[in-house]
Ligand binder design. Structure first.
Ligand code: ADP
Length: 193
């Protein structure tokens, strides 16, 4: 099994790179943002709960998110491994993920962090907002809130996985192919060591 957390702030390119990584390594893509958006679109109870947080750029409560991930993992018992995209986003989520995997005798192999400056992130998200219809990409105020939440709640996970010797930072600016090459090189380095 190969379990990778693709980490980084909103707009860092996690979704784009996840799609390339799942193809190359035959992994399952777990994007909590995608699952929330699917539920919002289909007006499920989960979608209604999540929407009130997401539209303001806040995190959906841990118990809701963790329960949803647990369900997802249980529905993919035969996976060759996962790319975790947008999860974990809090220390409590990281601890819950480690526990869920340990119960199946699995673990996270690597946290790959896409590093991009704030100014570039804001530019990318506003640009994506023009075509994505995502409510949370429309206003600079919501984007700024997401970046603040990231720094306060999510960034500490870098330290959490560094302590487990699993963290690798990757420069997240360049062409999609260049960044993909950097991610693949990091995976190769980690899995051959
Ligand atoms: P981005 O990385 O561009 O912010 P995502 O699609 O990963 O986009 O997430 C969109 C929104 O969904 C987040 O701003 C947050 O409100 C919610 N969300 C996604 N993943 C989580 C999570 N693990 N915990 C709490 N909320 C989440």
């Amino acid at each position: 099994m190969l379990n990778i957390i693709l980490f980084g702030p909103p707009g860092a390119g996690k979704g784009t790179q996840s799609n390339l990584l799942i193809d190359k390594f035959n992994l399952v893509h777990l994007s909590t943002g995608d699952i929330f958006r699917y539920n919002i679109k289909n007006e499920t109870e989960l979608g209604k709960t999540a929407n009130s947080y997401i539209e303001n750029g806040n995190l959906v409560p841990d118990e809701v998110t963790i329960g949803m991930v647990k369900d997802f993992l249980e529905r993919h018992p035969d996976a060759n491994g996962f790319i975790f995209d947008g999860f974990p986003r809090t220390i409590a989520q990281g601890e819950a993920l480690d526990k869920m995997l340990a119960e199946k005798d699995h673990s996270i192999d690597l946290m790959l962090a896409l590093e991009v400056e704030d100014e570039e992130l804001i530019k990318r998200l506003l640009e994506r907002g023009k075509t994505s219809n995502r409510a949370d990409d429309q206003s600079e105020e919501t984007i700024q809130n997401r970046l603040n939440v990231y720094k306060k709640e999510t960034a500490p996970l870098a330290e959490y996985y560094s302590e487990q010797d699993k963290y690798m930072g990757v420069h997240g600016v360049g062409t999609i192919e260049e960044i993909f090459e950097r991610l693949c090189a990091a995976i190769k380095m980690k899995t051959s060591s």
